[in-house]
Design a protein around this ligand. Structure first.
Ligand code: PEP
Ligand code: MG
Length: 555
C-alpha cells in the first residue's frame, strides 16, 4: 500500500474503485472563420445562453447552496464584459470556438493571479467554457461519469454543476488533485456529507478501476490497500454509522467524567438540528455570521431578537456567545474599513471592537436584554484576545452590563502562554484551535498551499493547549475547545487529556466524538496526550496517539 495526502473534508471513510472524471475537451485551434462574424456571434450567443439556461435548470433541481452557486455560474456565463471579449475576438476574424476559449482563459488567468477565494473560482470559469465549447461542437460536456456501480470519483476539481447533481448512492467518495479547503468541492461535500479529500496532487496518478481507501479524517488516500486495511476501513465506516444511531447521552468518558458536548452555531435557525443531535448547549455562537452582508452595524433591536431566538432554544443550558469576530476571512463592512496587508494580524476580533467601542457596547446591551428575557445560562466571550490587559478590559465591560460569565477565546499563542494570568480575570477560556494553529504555525488558514501546516495535532499547538488546561485546573476555571480540532474524535480525547473540560463542534460531528469519549478513561486520555506531546510533528503525534489507542483496552 502507499498513501497520497490532501486535505480531508469531514471525518468519513470510504473505499471503492476509482473512476476518473471525463477529461476536458481539447482546446480549439486558432483558425479563421469561414461563415463570417455575424454568424459566429450568433453561434456564440446561442451556445452561451443555452449553457446559462442549463446551469439554472440544474440549480433548480439541486436546490440549497448548490442552487446559489449554479445561478452565480449562469450569471458569469452571460456576463456582458465576457460577451464583449468574445465578440472582439470574433470581429478579428476567428471562430466562435476560439473566441470563447480565449476570452474565458483570459478571465481565468486574471482570477488566478488574484489568488485566494477568487483564484479558487477559476475552476468555475473553466467549467463554463468547456460547456459552451461542447455545445458549439455538438458533443456531450465533460462531466461526472456514470459507470453503473458505486465508485470513488477522482477529478482535478469538480465544478459546482457536477457536484450538485452527483448521484449520492453511486459516489462513495470524492478526491480532487486541485482546490483548497474553501473550493466548491469542499463546500458542497461538507453540505452533502460526502467523504472527500481535496488538493491531493498525487491522485492524478490513480487509474480507473483500482481500489482505494479515502480517509477524510486523516486526509489520506490509501492505494493498493491490503485485505486487512480494507477490513479496518469497513469497520470504521460501520462504527460511524452506529455512532450516528447511538443514544444521545451527555458527553462523558468511560470512567464517568462529564465532558459536555456543545454545538458551534452561526445562526439561531440551526439550534434545532443541534438539539436533535444531542448538543448539551452552545460552545460557540459566531455572531459575525449574522451580519457578514450588512453595510451598517446591526441595531440593538435586531441583535436582541436574534440572541433571544438562540437562547430560547436552550432553556437551562449553557450558551456561549462570542462577540463579533470581524476581520481577516470575515470582514464586516462596519468594523473593518481600512485596507491591511496582513488582515489576520491586524485589527481583528476584540481589537476591531475596541476601536469601535460603541458597537461592542451595543452588542453587550442586546445580549443583556436577551438574557433577561430567556432561561439559558448565557456566557459571553471575546475573540482574538492577546493580552491580560485586553482580558481585563473585556471582562470588566461585560460585567458592567450585568453579564455574569465573561471569558476569552485563546487563539493567540501569547494568551495561551499567559493563561494563568488571563484566567485570573476571565471566568473561562475557550480555545479556538483554528486560529491558535494558524498563529502558532504562521500559516494562513485560508490558503491551500500551506494547508499542511494548519494541523492542530502539531505538538507546538498541543503544548499551548496543555498550558491553558493546566492553568484552568489550578484556578478552577473551565477550559473549552471550540475549534475544528474538537470535531476530530481521537484529537478530542487528547484535548481532554490536556485539560479541556468541554468540547464544542459542528453538530454533525457530535456523534463520532460522543462515541470516542465513551471508550476512554481520563487516565487513558492523559496517556494519549503525553504520546502526542512527545512527537516531533503533527503526523507523528496523530500516529503515536492512534497506535497507543489501538493497544489500550476497549471499554
Ligand atoms: C477558532 O479560531 O478556532 C474558532 C473557533 O473561531 P473561528 O473559526 O470562527 O475563527
Ligand atoms: Mg477564531
Amino acid at each position: 500500500m502507499s498513501e497520497l495526502r490532501g486535505v480531508g473534508i469531514g471525518l468519513g471513510i470510504a473505499q471503492g474503485p476509482v473512476i476518473r472524471m471525463t477529461e476536458a475537451l481539447p482546446a480549439p485551434e486558432k483558425t479563421s472563420s469561414t461563415i463570417g462574424a455575424d454568424a459566429e456571434r450568433a453561434r456564440a450567443r446561442e451556445a452561451i445562453s443555452a449553457v446559462a439556461a442549463e446551469l439554472t435548470e440544474r440549480g433548480d433541481l439541486a436546490g440549497g447552496a448548490a442552487q446559489e452557486v449554479l445561478e452565480a455560474q449562469a450569471m458569469i456565463a452571460e456576463d456582458p464584459t465576457l460577451q464583449d471579449e468574445v465578440d472582439t475576438r470574433i470581429d478579428a476574424g476567428t471562430t466562435a470556438e476560439w473566441a470563447v476559449h480565449d476570452a474565458f482563459a483570459g478571465f481565468r488567468a486574471t482570477l488566478e493571479a488574484v489568488g485566494g477565494y477568487l483564484g479558487e473560482r477559476a475552476a468555475d470559469l473553466e467549467d463554463i467554457a468547456q460547456r459552451v465549447l461542447a455545445h458549439l461542437r455538438g458533443v456531450a460536456a465533460p462531466g461526472v461519469p456514470d459507470p453503473g456501480h458505486p465508485f470513488v470519483l477522482v477529478a482535478r476539481d469538480l465544478a459546482p454543476a457536477d457536484t450538485a447533481l452527483l448521484k449520492l448512492d453511486q459516489v462513495l467518495a470524492l478526491v480532487t488533485t486541485d482546490g483548497g479547503p474553501t473550493s466548491h468541492t469542499a463546500i458542497l461535500a461538507r453540505e452533502k456529507g460526502i467523504v472527500a479529500i481535496v488538493g491531493a496532487a498525487e491522485a492524478a496518478g490513480l487509474r480507473d478501476g483500482e481500489t482505494v481507501i479515502v480517509d477524510a479524517s486523516s486526509g489520506v488516500v490509501v492505494t493498493d490497500p491490503s485485505a486487512e486495511e480494507l477490513e479496518r476501513a469497513a469497520q470504521r465506516a460501520a462504527d460511524r454509522l452506529s455512532a450516528v444511531a447511538a443514544p444521545l447521552t451527555p458527553g462523558a468518558l468511560a470512567d464517568g467524567t462529564a465532558i459536555p458536548l456543545l454545538a458551534n452555531l452561526g445562526k439561531p435557525a440551526d439550534a434545532a438540528d443541534a438539539v436533535a443531535r444531542g448538543a448539551e448547549g452552545v460552545g460557540l455562537f459566531r455572531t459575525e455570521f449574522l451580519f457578514l452582508s450588512s453595510a451598517q452595524a446591526p441595531t440593538v433591536e435586531q441583535q436582541r431578537e436574534s440572541y433571544r431566538e438562540l437562547l430560547a432554544a436552550f432553556p437551562g443550558k449553557k450558551v456561549v456567545v462570542r462577540m463579533l469576530d470581524a476581520g481577516a476571512d470575515k470582514p464586516l463592512a462596519f468594523l473593518n474599513d481600512a485596507h491591511e496587508e496582513n488582515p489576520a494580524l491586524g485589527l481583528r476580533g476584540l481589537r476591531a471592537l475596541r476601536a469601535s467601542e460603541d458597537i461592542l457596547r451595543e452588542q453587550l446591551t442586546a445580549l443583556a436584554e436577551a438574557d433577561a428575557a430567556t432561561e439559558a445560562d448565557l456566557w459571553v466571550m471575546a475573540p482574538m484576545v492577546a493580552t491580560v490587559e485586553e482580558t481585563k478590559y473585556f471582562t470588566a465591560l461585560a460585567r458592567e452590563y450585568g453579564l455574569k460569565t465573561p471569558g476569552v477565546m485563546v487563539e493567540v499563542p501569547a494568551a495561551a502562554l499567559l493563561a494563568d494570568r488571563v484566567l485570573a480575570h476571565a471566568d473561562f477560556a475557550s480555545i479556538g484551535t483554528n486560529d491558535l494553529t494558524q498563529y502558532t504555525m504562521a500559516a494562513d488558514r485560508m490558503l491551500g498551499s500551506v494547508a499542511d501546516f494548519q494541523d492542530p495535532w502539531h505538538p507546538a499547538v498541543l503544548r499551548l493547549v496543555r498550558e491553558v488546561g493546566a492553568a484552568g485546573a489550578r484556578l478552577g476555571k473551565p477550559v473549552g475547545i471550540c475549534g475544528e480540532a474538537a470535531a476530530d474524535p481521537l484529537l478530542a480525547v487528547v484535548l481532554v487529556g490536556l485539560g479541556a473540560t468541554s468540547l464544542s463542534m459542528a453538530p454533525a460531528a457530535l456523534a463520532d466524538v460522543r462515541q470516542m469519549l465513551l471508550g476512554r478513561t481520563l487516565d487513558e486520555a492523559k496517556q494519549l496526550a503525553e504520546a502526542a506531546l512527545a512527537a516531533d510533528d503533527a503526523a507523528s503525534a496523530r500516529t503515536a496517539a492512534a497506535q497507543l489507542a489501538a493497544s489500550l483496552p476497549q471499554h
